[in-house]
Each structure stands twice: as structure tokens, then as C-alpha cells.
Write a protein that binds this ligand. Structure first.
Ligand code: DQA
Length: 145
């Protein structure tokens, strides 16, 4: 059976492609999901690709991943910078966690420079644009061996 990877997306990423395209680009989240689904099949991975605007939903999905997923790729969006609850949920997950940001957060406002999630993440990616999702999947496949 293919190993399952959760790709979790936080608030406002449903607007990808429309929202601040100068920062996040023109690719939609559906485009990203479709590219990741094709790549995952080639890598022998199965995907659950999800987005929510709600902190509690993100916590619930991270909890669901326990015992179900081999790894998590997460773009917590603004919750990166505010959510101890998402960090705590990730701390209860045993597999590899990759934190991903489309934009290069360290080049942006100071409030985006701190990430609670980075205290748990095994790898952190920022500034690769939406292509970062595919890079993260490849890295996940490499790490899982
Ligand atoms: C983001 C960066 C966050 O600071 C921001 O709140 C987002 C998206 C990114 O992918 O670059 O919503 O996580």
C-alpha cells in the first residue's frame, strides 16, 4: 500500500492565484493539488491535500494524521506565526514534518519571521513559490526512503 502524505494548508490559501499575486503568484491551490497528485503517484505516495481557514480544523487534521500518515507537509499560512495549538498537534505526530511557505517570509514583515511550527518541523522551505510543494514532496519521498 502507498504511504500516505498529508499536505495541509491554512487560512486564505483557498484564494491562491487571486490573492496578492505579486507575492504568491497566479497558480491556484487546485493547480498545486493536481501537480502534487501526479507527482505523488510517480513517487509511490498517496496524498490527502486539504485547506482550511480555521485553526481548530487544522489541529483536527494534524491529529487525524497520527497513525494514518507517514509524513506531513504543512503551510500553516498566518497560523505559522500565532498558533501554539498547531505546534502542539504537530508535536504529537511521529513522522517527518516539512513546513512550507510560498513566499520568502524572512524578506517580509518582521511578524512573519517567527514561526511556532519551526520548533517541530524537520525541514523548512520558504520562497520557492508554489513549485515548493513539489520540491517538498520529493524531499518527503527521499526522507521516507
Ligand atoms: C505564507 C506566509 C505567511 O506569512 C502568510 O500569512 C500566508 C502564506 C506563504 O505561503 O508564504 O498566508 O505561509
Amino acid at each position: 500500500m502507498a504511504r500516505l502524505i498529508y499536505i495541509l494548508n491554512g487560512p486564505n490559501l483557498n484564494l491562491l492565484g487571486q490573492r496578492e499575486p505579486e507575492v504568491y503568484g497566479h497558480t491556484t491551490l487546485a493547480d498545486v493539488e493536481s501537480a502534487c497528485t501526479t507527482l505523488a503517484a510517480g513517487l509511490g505516495l498517496e496524498l490527502r491535500f486539504l485547506q482550511t481557514n480555521h485553526e481548530g480544523q487544522l489541529v483536527d487534521w494534524v491529529q487525524d494524521a497520527r497513525g494514518a500518515a507517514a509524513g506531513i507537509i504543512i503551510n500553516p499560512a498566518a497560523l505559522t506565526h500565532t498558533s501554539i495549538a498547531v505546534l502542539d498537534a504537530l508535536n504529537a505526530f511521529d513522522g517527518p514534518v516539512i513546513e512550507l511557505h510560498i513566499s520568502q517570509v524572512h524578506k517580509r514583515e518582521a511578524f512573519r519571521h517567527h514561526s511556532y511550527v519551526s520548533q517541530r518541523a524537520d525541514a523548512v522551505m520558504a520562497g520557492f513559490g508554489t513549485h515548493g510543494y513539489e520540491l517538498a514532496l520529493r524531499h518527503m519521498a527521499h526522507v521516507l526512503g
